[in-house]
Design a protein around this ligand. Structure first.
Ligand code: SF4
Length: 152
């Protein structure tokens, strides 16, 4: 059976920046049945939980990977390198488990596949992908937004 990678917070793991999760039974069930393997790129990249919220400034995840944009916390810390490390670890795990698909949390600066906050911490969204989503996609992993299964 082919397994998929899934944002850990969707399955109920307390990996969110504020120490919370985005539990949904649909995703937890995928993990329970061995269909999905949970992973949090921000934790894997070396960031703490809880941690300060981050947004991409100057572009989206693709721009971060090209060195044209940075990931900055609301306190002004530059966490770009941790985000890139987390993306690399996500790909490593996808290869290890033979996953060619990842189900990723909407609106996250790491995981989003559709839109990200614009770096102003004002709740404004812009089109674009998170860093891990962009990295996985660039390496041939199909990325599916969690909102495809359920809107949150
Ligand atoms: Fe969830 Fe991804 Fe954020 Fe980790 S980085 S808490 S998996 S959305």
């Amino acid at each position: 059976m082919k397994r998929v990678l899934i944002s850990a917070c969707l399955a109920g793991f307390n990996t969110k920046y504020n120490g919370g999760h985005n539990y949904n039974e649909i995703f937890a069930d995928m993990v329970k049945k061995g269909k999905a393997v949970p992973f949090c790129p921000e934790q894997a990249g070396g960031l703490t939980t809880p941690r300060n919220p981050s947004e991409i400034t100057g572009g989206d995840g693709r721009d971060v990977l090209e060195g044209k944009a940075r990931v900055i916390t609301d306190k002004g810390e530059d966490v770009t390198e941790a985000f890139i490390r987390g993306a690399e670890e996500a790909l490593k795990l996808a290869k290890l488990i033979g996953a060619d698909t990842a189900i990723l949390k909407s609106r996250s600066p790491s995981c989003s596949t559709k839109c990200v906050y614009d770096g102003t911490f004002s709740g404004t969204l812009r089109d674009g992908m998170g860093v891990t989503a962009a990295y996985l996609k660039a390496h041939g992993v199909k990325v599916i937004d969690s909102s495809h299964f359920i809107e949150r």
